[in-house]
Write a protein that binds this ligand. Sequence first.
Ligand SMILES: Cc1cc2nc3c(=O)[nH]c(=O)nc-3n(C[C@H](O)[C@H](O)[C@H](O)COP(=O)(O)O)c2cc1C
Length: 457
Amino acid sequence: MTEPTARRLTLGALVHGSGGHIAGWRHPDARPDGQLDFAFHADLARTLERGRFDALFVADVVAIWGHQLDSLSRTGRAEHFEPLTLLAALSLVTEHIGLAATATTTYNHPFHIARKFASLDHISGGRAGWNAVTSAVPLEAANFGYDSHLEHELRYHRAEEFVQVVKALWDSFDDEAVVRDKATGRYYDPTGLHTPHHRGEHFAVRGPLNISRPPQGHPVVAGPLNIARPPQGHPVVVQAGASEAGKNLASRVADVIFSGIRDLGRAQEFYAEIKERAAAHGRDPDHLKVLPALPVVTAPTESEARDKLARLTELLPPQVALADLSYWLGGFDLSACPLDGPLPELPVSNQSHTAQQQIYEDARRDNLTIRDLVRRVANDDRTITGTPRQIADHIEEWFHGRAADGFNVILPYLPGTLDDFAELVIPELRRRGLFRTHYPGRTLRDHLGLPSPSRRA
Ligand SMILES: Cc1cc2nc3c(=O)[nH]c(=O)nc-3n(C[C@H](O)[C@H](O)[C@H](O)COP(=O)(O)O)c2cc1C
């Protein structure tokens, strides 16, 4: 099938300094101390930009990342930079790549978030993105004065209102309101100022935002008229939950949805469903991009790629792998269960519904034991492993098969797997005419082919 030329492959990269695989930091081609080294992050961002990736995504949890402290102490997940601070710094050492930070709607306030992302949008010249998550790690609750994690449903309720308030704050100023006229003494036109006066179930926010409203389609011009305006309209909004509530939220308010789906058939169903939901909300389905995760290990030959992955698997202590499975199932302790037996029936998780459901679906469909699931969750049989041509075949099949508008590439260890992807896979994608050789514009919305939303959209 020939794709319309307007449909572009999107490539984002989810960057953990310690690598996307839980044992990634131990690999010989990884930097174990990369997580808190800014120069290391700057090098990664430049490599991604040379590869013309649409965006660099930074994940976040406002706690150490996991729940069993002993196994956590064997991962690189216990420390990471605050994402907006990191991205503001990265915006100064890059020119084009989109910079998307994760920020939770459960342990933040909309005014802070609207302000911080509007600031990043200004500072980066229109490259900001916000991955709005509802938080899935219970340890976060204890850092914010709660005895337990908010209920899943309540988290999404709050998220709905949260995003609505953030967008209203981004719309505080009309384009024309930003005057900066020294002659008349008018800094902005008060008739173009919109104060949200929001009073809802979770938030009361008067507004307006103390940053001018992003414009619609104005180029960034250092002139008297729009010097203060961020160029994107709204920073790009990403949503990464695939429960019923997550899909609802994404299809109404997000520009991008991430998923963790690894099976082509399921990914096609998910893609069709998300596009239909967006259309049902009166949106152009092309304006909601579906990006499944793509963990990749590549090398010039298939056996080299498989060796690299095997090396990674050997570095994962069994108790860490089991704790990882138990985390994704919702934090239930599996240590007393026989490894060669089936998964016990567990209550519905208050963490990620999607992650728990997917593990159960896999277990039932493929008749998997706990040992099999440990392997699967530890990524060794879900990482796309092969030659650059095999990786490109996978990308092409999913893209043309309408399972994905692009991918959120997960790099199991860094910098090794990123260097391999940039040197081997990107040229192969270009040879096939699948991926760009230059950036189409200046902003993240330009890269993604997304229009600037009209006011109060
Ligand atoms: C690719 C991807 C990246 C994610 N990154 C984060 C993250 O950085 N922080 C976080 O708290 N949750 C993250 N999540 C979790 C989701 O945002 C969501 O909160 C979680 O899946 C629970 O929602 P659900 O029950 O709708 O699946 C991520 C999910 C996916 C698929």
